[in-house]
Design a binder for this molecule. Structure first.
Ligand SMILES: [Zn+2]
Length: 480
């Protein structure tokens, strides 16, 4: 028995041949696509099914955001226009004051933003990620959630986080009707020792789940790893046997030709986050097209809003293509169709979900978005990949379906009360900044930022960060 039928849409399938159906229909049963084809042939009358008339809509797979930190959504705008080396300590000086409720509200806000701009699956890494899992379960979106691991607060805390990650995986993997997959999330090579990363690899293997980690994210990381291990970050983890198909690399900014070969050989995926790199002035800007040509599954990610500052993947697609063309000095590089694959079918493969989501095909999960193309900036209607990457906005998304359930209909949320969430987020944000010692100044925001950068907590975090980057033993941050 069909539960949902989408009719009369222009369907971009993103299947192996990228076929497009001019007047297409999709039939959804038990959360999966049971049939796809011409409306006349596929859509029979089924009195029990909800019918969505997609006339004037472009129907495509839901977008996959391969790298986020939803717990940081409450930090939007607190660290703009600062140097890359100041950015992380500045955020830490506030995150150490976040409560479980802050994290839950931040996740709800981030999920709302993602649903409203067409993302149906995201891959996140954060400490205390159970609150994000709770928000995923309640709102109906799909997620790969990595429980964050770091040794920056000392060995005892690091072991507590490892235990927490094990419990998280045991409790949440496969939950919410199979919409949640759990992972281990060691933060980075400059906040986790080799032993700690190997411990995470072992735990991931024992529990049959994957890993998600920032890797090769700055020339400084490359320099320190080379000094300590005598090889690059990628070569180091490859030699340890940590890189596998279930390993997702975030950033991979500084990888060389040999690294690219090793990643392709190990089958690990990469989450490319161009706007976050741009905002923090990270360099060198990666030649993503060479990774794709080497056979690596490259997805696209926004990173957290503290370094983006939004979760709109349509914006990210446009930026990814244009910046790569700019740095390559060649307008032919990373064309629209290729970027679109990164945000759908290839992004899904990078997460190990290639058989389940990423394209509209019979048997796959029904994660579908409808884009209203009856807009001035989307006319004339032709060249669909180009229209989506270079002209469309997240706000053009009209309807969002995940696992066969409608989460956004006519731009209205069906599973969350957005007015209530935004009101609670504002109150929580103000209380959080107060606890962190920041006097919120709406009249002079840059003045507020300068004050925060002078705060003792930020200075302490900066010292710890520098020690970690130089691979020196960092002091316990607790009590700072
Ligand atoms: Zn990140």
């Amino acid at each position: 028995m069909a539960e949902l039928i989408v009719t009369h849409g222009t369907i971009l399938t993103m299947d192996g041949s990228d076929s497009i159906l001019a007047d297409g229909a999709l039939v959804i049963e038990n959360g999966r696509i049971s049939a796809i084809g011409d409306t006349k042939k596929v859509a029979q009358h089924d009195p029990g099914a909800e019918v969505i008339d997609a006339t004037g809509m472009l129907v495509m797979p839901g977008l996959v955001n391969t790298h986020t930190h939803l717990g940081a959504t409450i930090l939007r705008g607190i660290s703009d226009d600062v140097d890359g080396i100041e950015w992380m300590p500045l955020n830490w000086s506030v995150t150490r004051h976040t409560t479980q409720e802050d994290l839950y509200l931040a996740a709800l806000l981030g999920i709302a933003e993602m649903i409203a701009s067409g993302t149906t699956c995201f891959s996140d890494s954060y400490q205390d990620i159970e609150q994000t899992a709770r928000a995923v379960a309640e709102t109906g979106i799909r997620a790969e959630l990595a429980s964050g691991l770091t040794e920056r607060n000392g060995r005892k805390d690091a072991q507590r986080l490892m235990e927490q990650a094990r419990s998280f995986v045991a409790e949440w993997n496969g939950k919410a009707g199979g919409r949640i997959h759990a992972r281990f999330g060691p933060h980075a090579l400059y906040t986790c020792s080799t032993d700690y990363i190997l411990q995470a690899r072992q735990a991931a293997d024992d529990l049959h789940v994957g890993m998600h980690m920032h890797l090769a994210e700055s020339p400084l990381e490359m320099k320190t790893v080379k000094k300590k291990a005598g090889e690059t970050s990628v070569q180091h983890l490859h030699a340890l046997g940590v890189l596998k198909p279930d390993f997702l690399i975030a950033h991979a900014l500084t990888i060389n030709e040999q690294d690219i070969r090793l990643i392709a050989e190990d089958g690990s995926g990469i989450a490319h986050c161009p706007q976050s790199l741009g905002k923090l002035g990270a360099y060198p800007f990666p030649a993503v097209d060479t990774w794709i040509r080497a056979g690596i599954h490259v997805g696209i990610g926004t990173d957290g809003v503290a370094s983006n500052n939004n979760l709109d993947l349509f914006e990210e697609l446009r930026f990814a293509s244009l910046t790569r063309k700019l740095f390559a000095r060649d307008g032919r590089v990373l064309p629209a169709g290729e970027v679109l694959r990164m945000a759908t079918v290839t992004g899904a493969k990078a997460l190990g979900l290639g058989n389940e989501i990423g394209s509209l095909e019979a048997g796959k999960k029904a994660d579908i978005i409808l884009i209203d193309v009856r807009k001035p900036h989307l006319a004339p209607f032709h060249n669909i990949p180009g229209l989506l990457v270079y002209s469309a906005l997240g706000s053009d998304v009209d309807t969002v379906i995940v696992d066969g359930k409608v989460l956004l209909r006519n731009r209205q949320f069906t599973t969350l009360d957005i007015a209530d969430i935004m009101e609670r987020v504002q109150a929580a944000f103000q209380a959080l900044l107060k606890r962190a010692g920041w006097n919120l100044n709406l009249a002079e925001p840059t003045q507020s930022m300068a004050t925060v950068l002078k705060l003792k907590a930020t200075q302490q975090s900066l010292k710890i960060f520098q020690a970690l980057m130089e691979n020196r033993q960092s002091k316990e941050e607790s009590g700072v």
